[in-house]
Write a protein that binds this ligand. Structure first.
Ligand SMILES: [Zn+2]
Length: 233
């Protein structure tokens, strides 16, 4: 449970009000999300991806969720990693720990893209989950090619775009291990599948995926022009 805000927090909040990460309404300074939005988040059923042993997703990629993810990735709100990780761990923490992961890593970003954005949101989410679950965060993967943005491509092209672009940075830490890969959003699953293939090439024993959101219904073609609605950017 979050502690009550201090007087200083209330004063700061008067000038710079805290807003709900999802709907943007003003909320108490010690909160990140309003009660209505928290209740509205639709749970996402477990996904089956060909190269993963298990895959957990917290919520449907609804319009409000897409706004929050857009703030996280494109509007310099890296602190949202704490909220998303806490939501994921509150729901799946026990289940994830029962799978005995040896470590947790984020989907890597090409260094040029990371430099441009200033952070890799998947790594921030993975680090925060590692802290909450008390599992080591290890940056096991690297992306060797600065590929086209996934959201500009069809499902088949997305798969093709990523073939062979991930590799294990520390194969000795992968062999025989149970590994959790974290991403903010799963769309087609092409990214997590390719990451899992790279880990399996280094003899990982078990590979699971975790994400904050996934569109339960596939996005309409007409909705694929803005990055807010195109999560794999
Ligand atoms: Zn809200």
């Amino acid at each position: 449970m979050s502690k009550a805000p201090s007087i200083w927090e209330w004063i700061l909040d008067f000038f710079w009000p805290t807003r709900c990460a999802f709907c943007g309404e003003m909320i108490a300074p010690n909160k990140s999300c309003c009660t209505q939005c928290r209740q509205k988040l639709t749970p996402c059923p477990p996904l089956t991806l060909t190269c993963l042993d298990a895959c957990f997703v917290f919520t449907d990629y609804s319009l409000d969720v897409s706004h929050a993810v857009h703030r996280f990735k494109f509007q310099n709100h890296p602190q949202l990693a704490k909220l998303f990780a806490r939501m994921i761990c509150d729901r799946f923490g026990t289940e994830l720990l029962d799978l005995h992961p040896d470590c947790i890593c984020g989907v890597p970003m090409h260094p040029k893209k990371k430099f441009k954005r200033g952070y890799n949101q998947a790594d921030l989410l993975a680090k925060e989950m590692a802290r909450l679950l008390n599992i080591p965060f290890v940056p096991l993967l690297e992306k060797t090619s600065n590929t086209k943005e996934q959201h500009t491509l069809s499902a088949a092209q997305r798969q093709q775009n990523l073939i062979g672009v991930f590799q294990t940075a520390m194969p000795e830490k992968v062999c025989g291990k149970h590994i959790l890969i974290v991403d903010d959003v799963i769309t087609t699953g092409a990214t997590l599948n390719e990451c899992a293939l790279a880990l399996r090439a280094s003899d990982a024993q078990w590979v699971g995926g975790v994400a904050f959101a996934h569109p339960i219904l596939p996005p309409k073609q007409s909705e694929t022009s803005s990055s807010a609605k195109n999560p794999e950017a």
